[in-house]
Design a binder for this molecule. Structure first.
Ligand code: AHM
Ligand code: MG
Length: 335
């Protein structure tokens, strides 16, 4: 007899009961994100029809302006989160400043949501998987006023939920509320995310390393030594150039992902709030580790600005520890 399907909505409602203080707001937010993900998924799947439907910046056959997909995803997420009034503010990689949500009289929204609407979006034109990354915090400013910058500049350890959606051969939503990591695959025939990967555990080590090795000569000595070591160990280099996709693979079969400082990006390229923190939270929840190249735990870095960048070394715990030893041995920076 086939086992009963659990939809994302059923799962989050069931999980809500695990939190004695839960009021349903967080549940509502996760559902909003699930709805936005379905809309973005539809559009990502139609991206190949761009010649028929019109390229970004042009008019389509209906005489409407066609948006770039990352801006489209950004708008849809904001729209879905705004409709339910469950959050008091939003910060997006695509917006310079944070957005204060109009407060609904009936609600005293106490969460802020941060996201990268379409990570790796340069890959869309060549049909390579991309993703949406999100992160949720409880506000720290007084409930009776608009949200403030300090609500967004919280350490990653304060996240109450984080996750991503990968738009690939199938569309999968992976999230955690601090009690393990679960994955839900979108069944297009019924339009529902269904529980498909329960309690994801990252293997202690894997056979792959993931880094843009094209920048080898621009990396610091310890990074070059580590890459040489990976090669000596016959590890497989796997780098998609779409962080969500690389992390998704690592969560299931193990491995390590690195985006260190380069000459072009002395602080690293990836954003602390929209990319590094939510991914690090998920990986830690699955039993992995995440540090920067100064050996600080990513989730303990105090953010000072919304679009702050960070270096990152994340993945299977034993591999991150091994990388750490290379930094300790070869880095010119005392740590
Ligand atoms: P984006 O947010 O502008 O898409 O940039 C983030 C992406 C990551 O998904 C990916 O890991 C990285 O940039 C690739 O950068 P690079 O081309 O320098 O290797
Ligand atoms: Mg991004």
């Amino acid at each position: 007899m086939p086992s009963k399907i659990t939809t994302l909505d059923e799962f989050i409602i069931r999980r809500q009961k695990d939190f004695s203080y839960a009021t349903g707001e967080l549940t509502g937010l996760l559902r909003d994100i699930g709805v936005a993900a379905k809309i973005v998924n539809r559009e990502v799947n139609r991206a190949g029809l761009v010649n028929i439907l019109g390229a970004a910046g042009e008019e389509n056959s209906h005489g409407e302006q066609v948006q770039k997909l990352d801006m489209y995803a950004n708008d849809k997420l904001i729209e879905c989160l705004q409709n339910s009034g469950e959050c008091c503010g939003i910060a997006s990689e695509e917006n310079e400043d944070f957005i204060v949500m109009p407060t609904l009289e009936s609600k005293n929204a106490k969460y802020v949501v941060l996201f990268d609407p379409l990570d790796g979006s340069s890959n869309i034109d060549v049909n390579i998987s991309v993703g949406t990354i999100f992160s949720i915090y409880r506000r720290v400013s007084p409930l009776d006023g608009p949200c403030k910058l300090e609500d967004f500049l919280q350490k990653g350890v304060e996240q109450v939920a984080a996750g991503y959606i990968i738009y690939s051969t199938s569309t999968i939503l992976v999230y955690s509320t601090g009690n393990g990591v679960n994955g839900f695959t979108l069944d297009p025939s019924i339009g529902e995310f269904c529980l498909s990967h329960r309690n994801i555990q990252i293997p202690k080590r894997g056979l792959d390393y993931s880094i843009n090795q094209g920048y080898y000569s621009k990396f610091d000595l310890e990074m070059r030594r580590y890459i040489d070591h990976c090669s000596d160990e016959n590890l497989r280099l796997r780098y998609i150039g779409s962080m969500v996709s690389d992390i998704h693979r690592i969560l299931f079969i193990g491995g390590i992902f690195l985006y260190p400082n380069t000459r072009k990006y002395p602080q690293g390229k990836l954003r602390l709030l929209y990319e590094c923190n939510p991914i690090s939270y998920l990986v830690e929840q699955a039993g992995g580790k995440a540090i920067n190249t100064l050996l600080q735990r990513i989730l303990e870095i105090q953010p000072v600005e919304l679009h702050q960048r960070a270096t990152i070394v994340v993945g299977s715990p034993e591999m991150v520890d091994e990388m750490k030893a290379f930094i300790q041995k070869y880095s010119a920076v005392p740590n």
